[in-house]
Design a binder for this molecule. Structure first.
Ligand SMILES: NC(=O)C1=CN([C@@H]2O[C@H](COP(=O)(O)OP(=O)(O)OC[C@H]3O[C@@H](n4cnc5c(N)ncnc54)[C@H](OP(=O)(O)O)[C@@H]3O)[C@@H](O)[C@H]2O)C=CC1
Ligand SMILES: O=C(O)CCC(=O)C(=O)O
Length: 485
């Protein structure tokens, strides 16, 4: 089926496509061309959420009693359904949030791989036998699902992030209510169609579309929802943590980053330039793992800077569906305005704008910003401290490797970090001392592998990890069993 502009998408509750009880819809627009309505989305209320929560709770008993292998079979079916619709889902994503079509296809393929990975997880061990001090007893651990899990997701990875939360939630026996970002709710509906095609038992997966303050907040407060997993801003993450603690629900948060790349004096500069561009500017810088602080040793600073700016000047900004485009628009007008205001702030605090940072000429209908490179950035400037979530690179000059590492760690965030060096001592010091959940040597800061744990230190996460086998820690509770005849 091809992408169709302007269709109305519905909630998915108890195995059925359902209009909100409010009877109201919002439009979701194309950030490359704001006059194109990608689709109409439900403006749901707490009553819709109550229906979804009741369905998820009702479905939970039978779902948890299925074998892991049987639950895995459903995940394989969802993966196959998504594979059949890969182009349609990816095109919807590009039109709805702006990332280029090849990136959207890559993300959708990643979603399929995640589903298949977790399908296999249904056959793997969930516990350990632990020797009891009583020689006649058997003591072991097993794991039980949380029950109903609320999944609150952002717009920057509208397929991969919902899947990397929903797939482990389901395989470990939970039922799910997804509240997707409003910005990308049409793409989420396309994803839900694949779940529907896989014929999951009614109520196992539900989607309620609506605002963060109504449906998101409703999930935080809902007594039937036992766990909440979230990716998004720090402000919303903290609100979720406080709400969940208040009613004893389990929560998991993946939030912002201010990710550094260190370019050491002995780095392969061409490699470092390409990785800085890819890590910092792909998806228009809208990744929590995006490179935003570029910390360069003075010995190679001028050469690196020149090479970087030359390459950034070549990047073509445009509609993500145009094969010539390297960099799509910001996902929304408010993201575009945020990026422009950070550029202004950088200039007013004394950094030098070497290139970009403006709305390109002739792009009035889209939320475009030229990729920006700042020189003379000091670590205490706002553009070196706050997450911008846009195509802005801040160059910071340091003399020594030790100063580079200290500067890299001078952040309230600690999600990902990368280094370019050939010196094994520098590599090991970086691996040991860098305060980040993901450290990458001679590779860009973005690019998470689905089979490995992912999460941040400091204010970047709730100190938990998602993806890979680490996901079991959030989506289950350990039960210690002692058996004696
Ligand atoms: N770590 C990451 O990957 C991401 C980080 N961000 C950061 O956050 C900034 C702002 O982006 P924004 O989209 O506003 O991020 P939000 O944190 O507001 O949105 C993320 C999700 O939370 C929902 N939400 C919003 N308010 C509440 C609430 N009160 N209770 C529960 N859920 C809520 C949103 O719903 P709705 O869409 O309906 O508002 C969305 O589904 C970005 O500029 C970026 O810095 C943003 C996205 C991803
Ligand atoms: O770098 C990646 O692949 C993942 C990024 C991510 O998790 C995010 O932006 O939310």
């Amino acid at each position: 089926m091809a992408f169709q502009a302007g269709e109305t998408t519905l909630n998915y509750i108890n195995g059925e496509w359902t209009s909100s009880v409010t009877g109201e819809v919002d439009s979701s627009i194309n950030p490359s061309n704001k006059s194109e309505v990608v689709g109409y989305i439900q403006r749901s209320s707490r009553v819709d959420l109550d229906h979804a929560a009741a369905a998820a709770k009702q479905a939970s008993t039978a779902w948890r009693k299925l074998s892991g292998a049987a639950r895995g079979e459903y995940l394989y079916k969802i993966a196959n359904a998504l594979e059949k619709r890969l182009d349609e889902v990816a095109e919807t994503m590009t039109r709805e949030m702006g990332k280029t079509f090849p990136e959207a296809k890559g993300e959708t393929a990643r979603g399929i791989a995640i589903l298949r990975y977790y399908a296999g997880e249904g056959m793997r061990k969930v516990g350990d036998v632990i020797p009891s001090t009583d020689s006649e007893a058997l003591m072991f651990t097993t794991r039980v699902p949380l029950g109903v899990v609320g999944v609150i997701t952002p717009w920057n990875f509208p397929v991969a992030i919902p899947i990397w939360k929903i797939a482990p939630a389901l395989i470990y026996g939970n039922t799910v209510i997804l509240k997707p970002a409003s910005e990308t709710a049409v793409t989420a509906a396309k994803l839900m169609e694949c779940f529907h095609e896989a014929n999951l038992p009614a109520g196992v997966i539900n989607m309620v579309v609506g605002s963060g303050s109504e449906i998101g907040q409703g999930i935080i407060e809902h007594k039937s929802i036992n766990g909440i997993t979230f990716t998004g801003s720090n402000a919303t993450g903290k609100r979720i943590a406080m709400g969940a603690i208040a009613r004893g629900a389990k929560y998991q948060l993946e939030m912002g980053g201010k990710n550094p790349v260190i370019v050491a004096a002995d780095a392969d500069l061409d490699l470092a330039v390409e990785a800085t561009i890819s890590g910092g500017l792909r998806s228009t810088g809208q990744k929590c793992t995006a490179t935003s602080r570029v910390i360069v040793q003075s010995a190679v600073y001028e050469t690196f800077k020149q090479k970087l700016v030359e390459r950034v000047k070549q990047l073509k900004v445009g509609d993500g569906m145009d094969p010539q485009t390297w960099l799509g628009p910001c996902a929304s007008e408010s993201q575009q305005q945020t990026v422009l205001s950070y550029v202004e702030k950088g200039i007013s605090e004394g950094a030098t704008l070497l290139f970009g940072g403006k709305v390109p000429d002739g792009t009035g209908e889209g939320f475009y910003v030229e990729p920006a490179v700042f020189d003379n950035v000091k670590p205490d400037m706002t553009i070196a401290k706050e997450e911008i979530f846009g195509p802005v690179l801040a160059l910071i000059k340091v003399d020594t490797f030790e100063e580079a590492l200290q500067t890299a760690n001078d952040s309230e965030f600690g999600l990902s970090a990368s280094i370019f060096t050939k010196n094994i001592g520098n590599m090991l010091a970086f691996v040991n001392d860098m305060e980040a959940g993901l450290v990458r040597v001679n590779a860009e800061s973005a690019g998470v592998e689905l089979q490995a744990p992912f999460g941040g230190m400091k204010q970047s996460s709730s100190h938990s990890r998602e993806q890979g086998q680490a996901a079991i820690e959030f989506f289950t509770s350990i039960k210690t069993v002692f058996v004696k005849q």
